[in-house]
Design a protein around this ligand. Structure first.
Ligand code: C5P
Length: 224
């Protein structure tokens, strides 16, 4: 059967990665979490006190960053490695989330990430989620999904996820972070978050995880 490229873009915390992972598993495709790359670069900048407001400092720092996705033997899921270290867990921290949108707005950072993302999609059979995947990374993808959900639902879902790791976190902090990221992501100059003209909208405010998967699978069948 012919393999396609599936892109999933949308606002923060509306379940893009949940859907992307399930679709990839069902289809036997590769799943790539593009946000993990921006998070890992942000982690590197924070740890190494890189002043990312200076393009030449960013350029120098980028020479020392190697990102790889490695499959976890136990779970079978792909995990983000930064210079050989598994950072899949730490990059989900709010400390990284607070800065990632600033870092992801830098042109050189995006060029670095997009190049690798396009390379990974060369042989198709891939589901990638992010903000600019259907518009910039794979503008010719066979299936583009744009996900959205009501604000409060997104805040609650992300709060629950983060609370399990850190019970000190508040709903307010999570709400502020989502609003800030969505604002920066959709207003930046380079590859702002927007719905591709040919994307199909999936609003999952009132859908279960199973229902959204069924809808997406129907869309896939129409395209392969
Ligand atoms: O998907 P996730 O929420 O983990 O992404 C973290 C951040 O990375 C986003 O808020 C956005 O600033 C950035 N990002 C991006 N382009 C992508 C994926 C993520 O700018 N394709």
């Amino acid at each position: 059967q012919q393999k396609i490229i599936i892109t999933i873009d949308g606002w923060s915390s509306c379940g893009k990665s949940t859907l992307a992972k399930q679709l990839a598993r069902e289809l036997g495709y590769i799943y790539i979490d593009s946000g993990a790359m921006y998070r890992a670069i942000t982690l590197y900048f924070l740890r190494n006190h890189v002043d990312w407001t200076h393009p030449e400092i960013v350029h120098e720092a980028m020479q020392h960053i190697r990102l790889t996705f490695m499959s976890n033997h136990k779970s079978g899921q792909s995990e983000m490695h930064l210079n050989g270290e598994n950072v899949e867990y730490v990059i989900r921290d709010l400390v990284v989330a607070e800065k990632v949108s600033e870092v992801a707005a830098i042109r050189e950072v995006r060029e670095f990430a997009v190049k690798q993302q396009q390379e990974m999609g060369k042989n198709k059979g891939i589901v990638m989620d992010g903000r600019d995947i259907g518009t910039v990374v794979f503008p010719h993808a066979e299936l583009k999904i744009f996900m959205t959900a009501e604000n409060e639902i997104r805040v609650k879902r992300r709060f629950q996820e983060l609370y399990e790791k850190n019970p000190n976190i508040t709903m307010e902090e999570v709400r502020a972070n989502l609003e800030m990221r969505d604002y920066i992501d959709s207003h930046r100059e380079v590859s702002p978050l927007r719905q591709a003209d040919d994307a199909l909208v999936l609003d999952n405010t009132n859908l279960t995880i199973k229902e959204q998967l069924e809808i997406a699978k129907k869309w896939v069948v129409e395209r392969v």
